[in-house]
Design a protein around this ligand. Sequence first.
Ligand SMILES: [Zn+2]
Length: 306
Amino acid sequence: MLHIACTSYSGSTLLGYLLGSHGEFTATSQLAHLPRLAQANAKCTCGAALGACTFWHAVAEQHSGLKLIGKDSLTWWAAQALDPQSPGSKTDKARAALGLWGPRYGADHRFSAARGTAFDRHLRACAAAHVAVAAAVAQVAGTRWVADASKDRWLSLTLGRLAAPNVKSVVLVRDGRAVMASRMRRLGESAGQAAKMWLTHNLWLMRQQQLVGSEGGLRVRYEDLCVDPNHIVGQIRGHLDLPPAPVNPTLNKTAAHLIGGNPMRFETSAQTITLDERWRTDLKAADLRAFGVRARALNRLFGYGD
Ligand SMILES: [Zn+2]
């Protein structure tokens, strides 16, 4: 499994499509949303409702070892522990965060199985479920790698902390001002709220990179992916010990079975790569100031100037 760790609006749907243009990858978008979307029988990108999608039905059967009839797979998916956002208490979440942010080694770290809280156990089960579902997807699709971009900082750190076997990660970053503009436009957040969300999530992803080290992780930028997709996809392929291969710049969207993610997954008419830099005109001086006081330092660290 390739875990694409990123905040929302960072271009992971595009990266999934580009990786998926090779036979070694299946992109799933965000497995974390699968239980919720199964409950609503939401639409898959293949065009079918999840209850009628033969791909996710086959994955459910592969993973469960059961023969599922009709819409039974929806009930089965809805019950899977793939969503890290369980209603853990504030205290349990604070303790889990200490465990995830604490020293990597040491007998007393609080993320050990013996000392964990219910929320710790939930996170471990959730990370294990992601790895297991990815393995079932790989079996059904006949691909070596499954690229998933579930955007949950708890999941990213848990996968990093557990050093789950057969999991590699790539952190995908995007100029925080662009993410901020998208959040303000799509979610109605204030500049300050949006900047804080981008900063917090990316600080967690910096920690995830510390946990997995250079062997396990890699960081790439959305803007570089748009400008030179072959180079960035080649870097990721090299990280996974795959030989270089040219990407298909025409995005084949109808062939994928993506869960959650950016609305671009349903815009089947938009099939070429365009760098979205609307933030340069959308953001006002006050918005940029709000971003600067909170997140300029990390944005610069990622190579984004003023
Ligand atoms: Zn489908």
